[in-house]
Design a protein around this ligand. Sequence first.
Ligand SMILES: Nc1ncnc2c1ncn2[C@@H]1O[C@H](COP(=O)(O)OP(=O)(O)O)[C@@H](O)[C@H]1O
Ligand SMILES: [Mg+2]
Length: 366
Amino acid sequence: MANTTTNGAFVEFERVQKSYDGENLVVKDLNLSMPKGEFLTMLGPSGSGKTTCLMMLAGFETATHGDIRLDGKSINNIPPHKRGIGMVFQNYALFPHMTVAENLSFPLEVRRIGKSEREEKVKRALGMVQMNDFAGRRPTQLSGGQQQRIALARALVFEPELVLMDEPLGALDKQLRETLQFEITNLAHELGITVVYVTHDQTEALTMSDRVAVFDDGRIQQLAPPDELYEAPQNSFVAQFIGENNTLEGTVKEIKNGVALVQLDGGGLIDAMPVNVSEAGERTRVSIRPERVEFNKSRLHADAHTLQAEVLEFIYMGDIFRTRLRVAGTDDFIIKTRNAPDQKRLVPGEQIEIGWLPEDCRALDA
Ligand SMILES: Nc1ncnc2c1ncn2[C@@H]1O[C@H](COP(=O)(O)OP(=O)(O)O)[C@@H](O)[C@H]1O
Ligand SMILES: [Mg+2]
């Protein structure tokens, strides 16, 4: 393994494991290296170990094995309040008996910053989240979205280099969540801070992050920029978890010229890119995105393998058409087409032929 302490990484997890009960590992061999200024999201189902990783980084939990480093230094030797880490949680955690200004001033007092400098920093932090008019209010006099803005301002007020956020928008409604997603990413980039953000919401992860670490079962399943995660999932879990996806099971018949020919269990032969398969006879799940399925034969290669499909449902969604098909033994194969003037609207009961470019269909682990 490369010497990770000298590569300029700002946050590093090296072979980190965590067990709460001395028996079961909830984090298994975690390796992660983040440069300064990166916005990285840990995305995964509930119980996959995201919060545990954040707590270890913050210093509220210790790793059972491995090393966590901040700016090249092992954090085991730095007490939590000296790590210069700002934190934002889902449940705001503002002090209810203090005003907004007092809540923001508190982390500065702890750091023994003088009164006039405190006032200046509080004002600036409130400005960042557009809450200057609310300095005198108490948390109970604020809406959920406003409280979360204040929690964000409080995490930023002492100008930390690293900010950790654990599902900070989870309790908010959709519209407010989207507004704040945008504000948080802008603010993070403007201030040049490094962010580790935790969510189970894949849209949030894709839209906000420089890179996303997809967690499952205490492991990072894939760590990549959003477009790479969506377009080149490395395994079936990631393909299913990120975005909408069609899955068909089958057996590899042959691999030739970089294309796998797959015999589907439900009948039919298709072309796929061999990602997690290497030889004939292997079981596989092939994964194809709904928007990459083609039913206009003139747009397919002349020798492309196609499948017979029956249209079960056509849903007009305004910008796109979403059509459900019966294909190779499954009733929930989805295709999405853009609502363009020349786009055909399929009709339930219609028989069609579908296909795709081999590179758009990935043969993954079974
Ligand atoms: N303080 C704790 N004591 C014992 N088990 C815990 C504790 N915190 C979390 N766990 C367990 O560790 C696993 C991972 O939890 P967590 O890191 O909170 O996952 P996530 O944030 O991805 O939902 C879960 O099985 C959870 O029940
Ligand atoms: Mg959690």
